[in-house]
Design a protein around this ligand. Structure first.
Ligand code: KIV
Ligand code: ZN
Length: 499
């Protein structure tokens, strides 16, 4: 079967989506999860965008062993130099340079003539090639470009040594039949295109990112650029899990293979949603809570009689476990470690000590610890570790005929600080008390939500807050069987990030 390479751009295009920015630790955690997922190439970021981006691309390059690591670069020497510096320590580094080829982008954004664009592509691909052997060129807005001109641009990049040519549907404008025609046209009109990897990068503005990606594979593309859960600019990019499960479920139509370990799909989707502070829409294909749920009696009856009546995929194939009630108060460290291994997590010894402490604390409050609970504890370790300000204890007084008040005590280095505040409800009062302690200048609470992690009265709640201050935004998360505590933890986590 023909092999399709998966180029993941969650850390770059995904991170560019509004409200989806990630901090260093989160990027590292995600990069490790993407490596385990089996992506062939991960675009770790846009190294020149900021010192923070450079730092995370270099760090990821230093730790990832089984995937190529790419940095995006505009078609300029400076961008390419910085991208090269950021990825040069990777086992398999790649420079991904791009320039727009559509009339609108060339005239209004680049202010370049078509011949200047062709010359720049040749020069900058050759420059990147002088630094690294693995060079990808993207013709930004390719699907709104004149196909004949696009063919010249692609030829310039191939002649200059690009090893991958990417055809982005930058604004999600294409439809599947058009994508097929465009790729067939390029294969027919660009010499040696069959000697390099042809890739597509489809945005989802008209909801066709996945369909266009599949059409491109059938037309000969051997690399696809996707993001986990379709995160990305505007309506996002083609969702990796949807493309992969379409390929796997419809092998009759798609006789292609990838290196994706499908049982890692669900855990990685949980990780990414937890990092960006979003939840999957209930009806999200593959990873939404309803994707494998059957409510209507007639469906339940059918599935019980024969699963295939209403299920086209096995929940286990994406890593959804059915084994839910496994651990409790009397479970030892080994049992917890083993269950985490089954779920695909490798935890260092120090992290395991901390995690087991939190597992014990949870099992005092909650009878049965589900896989969801355990995963939530693991995911939350990246949000909690190394915080400057910590919650020590709190009390809230709330009722429908009294003013709500909260007393919060927090630790900072060796100091304990306690404040009391009133508020419009217990959460508001508690947040006001934290404000008095942490004194973050001019911040705003943009969004706040709480969701349950597992079932039952003693379920853990995960609170998510979005905060902003002076043009910066931060997502904070907190986990507890007590929603007030989860909310205070989330607020403090977000405030620590703003600071
Ligand atoms: O959508 C796009 O065109 C891009 C390129 C930079 C590849 O993200
Ligand atoms: Zn894009």
């Amino acid at each position: 079967m023909k092999k399709i390479k998966v180029f993941d751009t969650t850390l770059r295009d995904g991170e560019q989506a509004p409200g989806c920015s990630m901090v260093f630790k989160e990027k590292i955690e995600l990069a490790l999860a993407l490596e385990k997922l089996g992506v062939d190439i991960m675009e770790a970021g846009f190294a020149i965008a900021s010192p923070g981006d450079f730092e995370s691309v270099s760090a990821i390059s230093g730790i990832i062993k089984n995937s190529s690591v790419a940095s995006l670069a505009r078609a300029t020497r400076k961008d390419i130099d910085v991208a090269y510096d950021a990825v040069k320590s990777a086992v398999a580094p790649r420079i991904h340079t791009f320039l727009a080829t559509s009339p609108t982008h060339m005239e209004y954004k680049l202010r370049m003539t078509p011949s200047q664009v062709l010359e720049t592509i040749g020069d900058m691909v050759a420059y990147a090639k002088s630094k690294l052997s693995d060079v990808e060129f993207s013709a930004e807005d390719a699907t709104r470009s004149d196909p004949a001109f696009l063919a010249k641009a692609v030829k310039a990049a191939v002649d200059a040594g690009a090893t991958t040519i990417n055809i982005p549907d930058t604004v999600g404008y294409s439809v599947p039949a058009e994508m097929t025609e465009l790729l067939e046209f390029l294969y027919a009109n660009v010499d040696n295109l069959d000697k390099v990897t042809l890739s597509v990068h489809c945005h989802n503005d008209l909801g066709m990112g996945v369909a266009n990606t599949l059409a491109a594979i059938q037309a000969g593309a051997t690399q696809i650029e996707t993001t986990v859960c379709g995160l990305g600019e505007r309506a996002g990019n083609a969702a990796m899990e949807e493309v992969i499960m379409a390929l796997n479920t419809r092998r009759d139509r798609f006789p292609y293979e990838t290196n994706i370990v499908t049982s890692r799909i669900f855990p990685v989707s949980r990780l990414i949603y937890s990092i960006v502070g979003m939840t999957a829409p209930l009806n999200k294909p593959i990873v939404g809570a309803n994707a494998f749920a059957h409510e209507a009696g007639i469906h339940q009856h059918g599935v019980l009689a024969k699963r295939q009546t209403y299920e086209i995929m096995m929940p286990e194939s994406i890593g959804l476990t059915t084994n839910k009630m496994v651990l409790g108060k009397h479970s030892g460290k080994h049992a917890v470690e083993d269950r985490l291994k089954d779920l695909g997590y490798t935890i260092s010894k120090e992290e395991m000590d901390d995690l087991f402490g939190r597992f014990k604390a949870l099992s005092d409050r909650k009878k049965a610890i589900t896989d969801g609970d355990l995963e939530a504890l693991v995911l939350h370790r990246i949000h909690m570790n190394g915080a400057a300000w910590k919650l020590d204890r709190f009390t809230v007084n709330s009722g429908n005929y009294v003013a709500c008040s909260a007393v919060v005590r927090m630790s900072h280095e060796d100091e304990l600080i306690e404040k009391v505040a009133l508020g419009d409800g217990p959460i508001d009062a508690a947040f006001n008390a934290v404000d008095k302690i942490m004194r973050v200048p001019e911040h705003r609470l943009e969004d706040y939500s709480v969701q349950t992690i597992s079932e039952g009265n003693d379920a853990q709640g995960e609170a998510i807050v979005k905060l902003s201050s002076g043009g910066n935004t931060a997502t904070g998360r907190g986990l507890s069987t007590d929603v007030v505590e989860a909310s205070i933890l989330a607020y403090i986590n977000g405030m620590n990030k703003l600071l």
